[in-house]
Design a binder for this molecule. Structure first.
Ligand code: SF4
Length: 385
């Protein structure tokens, strides 16, 4: 019904800030909170969702994404409760994508069955490596065999859209060990794979031991990336975004909203929204977030009106991450600006060194260009890299 009314489409992101323990590289807002804290958070989330939903009554939600943190710590029932809170307050599209991030060490067959019956139709497993020695070094709480069993449980529960996250550039990792991980995981035929290069963040265990980590050199890391690009292409995956690979039609709808600069509303501590011409972020503290919602206040820590100039720079920064890149015609219809004329010198420079390609009116990064995308995109959009 809602779809027929031609409402604007909206994504919902919900941050679940709970993890059994912290991984050595992770600087997301999450921690090992008590069962009481988790129960209180669910109550607060329900209230917050109910309060915000009327502001989106002209929208249809076509994606829900539960990320974290570790949403699966809430169990199937907790996830179903969040799904019901959204379904009973927002208008949902008939072809909703409902994704949940799952840590293989925290999900059971029963949880997956409850999740599936409550509408979850996409699971994103944080695996990172198929080698137990690498998983241990990352302080992951699961083994590769636990992942295999969770993956098979998800299929058995009827989840036909699965993503697996992998990482490269890890300490002690070799090109061969990463290739073996990509080979083993792609042989399972998940619909989607996300491959991230390790970034050492200051406020993490890896950040504190930065100088003693034995990291692969730049050439090896580039070889890992190119090995994966070629292997996955030969196995039917499209490299549709810098870090993301999908089988035909299985691109992540929710993440495409970020890269297409489309609107989404987020809930939870540290979560960011883009809605009604503003970007705003909630406070990164579970206690303060819950207290604000209970008091009837919005727990906003940061809010920015997006100017026309911001929108143009953001659009370049986000769209250039995609294999489809930027079409000059689309750009003109959005901003009334001739993309080729305005950015000609930079576009030509990157085409001449082989990191960008032009096909008809469309400009996009090559595989090598995606690897150095931070530098290229920030130069074109005039951000500091
Ligand atoms: S499970 Fe995910 S969110 Fe939690 S600490 Fe590890 S990487 Fe961070």
């Amino acid at each position: 019904m809602a779809d027929k009314l031609n409402k604007k489409r909206l994504g919902i992101y919900i941050h679940v800030p709970f993890c059994k323990s912290k991984c050595a590289y992770c600087d997301f807002y999450s921690g090992n909170f008590s069962p009481d804290d988790r129960a209180e958070y669910l109550t607060v989330l329900e209230k917050h969702i109910k309060r915000i939903a009327p502001s989106a009554d002209m929208y249809t939600v076509d994606s829900i994404f539960l990320g974290g943190g570790t949403p699966t710590i809430l169990g199937g029932e907790g996830i179903a409760l969040i799904g019901n809170a959204v379904a009973s307050t927002f208008s949902l599209s008939g072809d909703l994508e409902f994704s949940v991030e799952a840590n293989p060490g925290t999900v059971t067959h029963d949880d997956l069955k409850i999740m599936r019956s409550s509408g979850v139709n996409r699971i994103s497993f944080g695996l990172q490596s198929s080698h137990d020695s690498e998983l241990k070094m990352l302080s992951r709480i699961h083994s590769y065999s636990e992942f295999l069993s969770a993956y098979s449980d998800a299929r058995d529960a009827g989840i036909d859209n699965i993503n697996v996250d992998l990482m490269y550039g890890l300490p002690e990792q070799t090109v061969d060990s990463f290739a073996e991980t990509v080979d083993r995981v792609s042989a399972l035929s998940p619909e989607h794979l996300s491959l991230y290069g390790l970034k050492i963040e200051d406020n993490t265990p890896f950040g504190r031991m930065r100088d003693s980590l034995s990291l692969p050199d730049e050439d090896s890391e580039y070889e890992m990336y190119m090995t994966a690009v070629e292997m996955l292409r030969s196995r039917g995956y499209r490299h549709y975004e810098i870090s993301n690979y999908a089988k035909n039609g299985r691109e992540c709808r929710h993440n495409l909203k970020y890269w297409d600069a489309l609107e989404y509303i987020a809930f939870g501590p540290s979560a960011y929204s883009y809605f009604g011409g503003k970007r705003y972020g909630y406070i990164g503290s579970l206690t303060d977030y819950c207290a604000a919602v209970e008091d009837g206040r919005e727990p906003i820590e940061y809010c920015e009106e997006i100017t026309e100039q911001d929108r143009e720079a953001e659009y370049i920064m986000l769209r250039m991450r995609l294999r489809d890149g930027i079409s000059a015609e689309d750009f003109y219809s959005r901003f009334g600006i001739d993309f080729e004329e305005k950015y000609r010198d930079k576009l030509n420079k990157y085409i001449s060194i082989g990191v960008m390609v032009k096909d008809r009116d469309r400009y996009f990064l090559t595989d090598r260009g995606m690897y150095v995308s931070n530098t290229v995109i920030s130069d074109i959009a005039e951000f500091d890299a």
